[in-house]
Design a protein around this ligand. Structure first.
Ligand code: GLU
Length: 475
């Protein structure tokens, strides 16, 4: 669907992603035909299936798009939302291809969706619908540990992933790697510690790394640290909630506004994110939250005064209708595709720095990668070495105390002696991924001409890696 505006035409989501990719391709010198091969979505499977519910046969429409299988398995979430369609899943699958290449998660890109409003159905009904959808995808190897590995996305979570994993296992009773057919599972069903918080945690690590580079901070017309920065968050779902919670609770940022479906809450002294989340869970919206002022026109807050804007909801939130009014100096794209290609151009011209989606929200798939590896290795990370590390630390502390004749403080001893648990290792691996990726990307950004921003630098790096994989294939 195209949205006609006074200035220019805003492309649909898939065209918007392609427009960004085309800009990056123009800066690269790929062999003839390679560019269009990379950017084309390989296949999209549409399935319509019936489930008898409430005495009636209901028909559901689902999709699984495979954008690029230059590496297998292909990876990407499954979204439950009424507006899911082919254009959307193909755009999201393309983003997965570039995202995985960028953070060196060894996967191709895929995405799935079911056109459904999860809140219309009970838990048991959702289980039947999910199992049936999974069944359809498993039959065609569109869920498979070595070919296609889904994960949570908007409208889905651990619960749905556990149903999917169980459905795969029932159909593949002898597959010893069955649990690796999907990521984002609960711990008891083969999940990994830290997967739920991973995307929000990744946003925090991305922002921390950005603030380690003074030159980049200055380009955004900001200064100093994350501490004290005024942040507006759009969407307090899994990603927005964790990002806001970590940035305010651990890094001292102030969440000055939260935009949700029913409006926004504003508080210049900073919003208690946990309390707001509880309020939303209890009442269904932000209205009536005592810790801030309620504003019915939520989207208006996207253009309110702040240092950092974190869109963590739907694609296209910042578009030609509001881009020219955005006052944030830095945008961190926690959602997939929150800024349209046309809005991106407006924002760049206005000097706004954007930490792009394919990097900023890659924490989810990064930890999914760790979960997949855990499932294939059939052992929890840290299980072998944790106590050995602990024993060595204790030896070291005792040796220091006996050599110096001094006693180390109890607090230090307690924290130093700990060996690495799974959550420590997951966070360490995620932090390392986010830091490394940013450092390589910013090098490209800084060494290039003015036309290359962080988004372009990310796409250039990702596309180069994909092109290398393509060159080694017998096409
Ligand atoms: N749905 C998430 C994303 O958009 C996670 C994908 C995954 O873990 O495979 O990145």
């Amino acid at each position: 669907m195209n949205i006609q505006t006074t200035t220019t035409v805003e492309p649909g989501f898939r065209d918007s992603v392609n427009t960004m990719v085309d800009r990056a391709l123009a800066a690269l010198d790929l062999p003839p035909g390679m560019a269009s091969n990379i950017r084309t979505c390989n296949a999209t499977y549409t399935v319509r299936f019936g489930v008898r519910l409430r005495g009636e046969l209901h028909t559901f429409t689902g999709y699984r798009a495979v954008h690029s299988d230059h590496m297998e398995p292909v990876k990407g979430g499954i979204r439950y939302a009424m507006n899911v369609d082919q254009d959307e899943v193909e755009a999201l699958a393309a983003l997965m291809t570039y995202k995985c290449a960028l953070v060196e998660a060894p996967f191709g890109g895929s995405k799935g969706g079911l056109a459904i409003n999860p809140s219309d159905w009970t838990r048991d009904e959702l289980e039947r619908i999910t199992r049936r959808f999974a069944h359809e995808l498993v039959k065609r190897d569109l869920i498979n540990p070595s070919q296609n590995v889904p994960a949570p996305d908007m409208g889905t979570g651990m619960r749905e992933m556990a149903w999917i994993a169980d459905e795969y296992r029932r159909l593949n009773t002898t597959d010893i790697n069955a649990r690796a057919c999907v990521t984002g599972k609960p711990l008891h069903a083969g999940g990994i510690a830290g997967r739920v918080e991973a995307t929000g945690r990744g946003v925090q690590y991305a922002l921390r790394e950005f603030f380690r580079h003074k030159e980049d901070v200055e380009t955004a017309n900001l200064e100093g640290e994350i501490e004290g920065k005024r942040i507006i968050v759009q969407g307090l779902g899994n990603v927005g909630y964790h990002a806001a919670q970590f940035l305010s609770g651990e890094d001292g940022a102030k969440i000055t506004a939260v935009i949700e479906r029913d409006g926004a809450v504003v508080n210049d002294n900073g919003i208690d994110v946990k309390a707001l989340k509880t309020h939303i869970a209890e009442t269904g919206g932000v209205e009536g939250f005592p810790g801030g002022k309620y504003i019915a026109d939520g989207p208006a807050l996207l253009t309110a005064d702040c240092d950092i804007l974190i869109p963590a909801a739907l694609e296209g939130a910042i578009n030609l209708t509001n881009a020219h009014k955005v006052k944030a100096k830095l945008i961190v794209e926690a959602a997939n595709g929150p800024v349209t290609a046309a809005a991106d151009e407006v924002l760049r011209e206005n000097g706004c720095v954007i930490i792009p989606d394919l990097y900023a929200n890659a924490g989810g798939v990064t930890v999914s990668y760790f979960e997949w590896v855990k499932n294939l290795s059939h052992i929890r990370f840290g299980r072998l070495q944790r106590r050995q590390e602990e024993a060595r630390q204790i030896d070291l502390m005792q040796e220091i105390e006996s050599l110096t004749g001094n006693t180390l403080s109890e607090g230090f001893k307690q924290s130093f002696k700990n060996g690495s648990s799974e959550i420590d290792l997951v966070r360490s691996g995620l932090d390392d991924t986010m830091r490394n990726t940013y450092q390589i990307t910013r090098e490209i950004w800084r060494r290039s001409n003015d036309n290359i921003d962080l988004r372009m630098a990310s796409y250039i790096l990702a596309i180069k890696r994909i092109a290398t994989a393509y060159s080694a294939m017998n096409l």
